[in-house]
Ligand binder design. Sequence first.
Ligand SMILES: [Zn+2]
Length: 267
Amino acid sequence: MRIYRCIFCSHELTGTRTKEHVIPVWLQQHLGITDAMLSPTRYSGKTGEVLSTRSHGINGLVAGRVCSTCNNGWMSQLEIVSMPILISLMATRRPVSDLTGAEKTTLARWAAKTAYVLNFSSNSVKNVPLEHMRYLYRNGTALPNGVTVCAQQHNPTMKFNWLQGAQWQILNTTDVGDEVRNKLSENGYKITLQLQSLLFTVGHLPHPPLKFSFWNGIHLPLWPTHGIYAWYEKDGFPWNDSRMAIHYFHAGLLALYDEDPSHNQVV
Ligand SMILES: [Zn+2]
């Protein structure tokens, strides 16, 4: 018989298995989306094409691989401390730039936790490495190496949306080669959430010569809190259209090929 383990703490799932809602119930109720149907868009990691989508009732979207100790323990704690911050940001009562360092880390961990459960539960390629979920469980104050979480606010025309798929535009090289391309499509990920005015992208570049390149003024990094990464300049962010904004925010997080090891990100 196959033994299933919790994706976070790796304990065997027996009678203690629970149904962790991918979108927490308080957030579904706050956004008024409990009965909504969702058709998340997903992209091919190899070609960047939009693949077929599947509709979910949001309330029925549960992660069957989370144990009750995690669900009622650290995940519930993370939800409680994140809730007031999320509520003020989603309604634009506070700007992202107003967050303290500790709030940024809390929110980055909440976004990663939510993105990982979402990736693991959806019909998309499950390319978040299990070590990243274990890392969130083991380490209460950080995120795994090579991961970034960025945020921004816009004028929403939708309540909720998400995108996932590792399509990366790579700067500074004409061809990264098959090895890097394969690593990117296996273990690289990019997952973007829109919650009212708030946009989050959780990204991972699995290969050190690749570094994040952020859209200046658009991607506000919550994590990492320091380190070297690049910025690029561009106009034309669609501030008043949620459907466009989530696509621009997602696709606009770029990778930069940089072989100088002294530039590797330190977390
Ligand atoms: Zn667990």
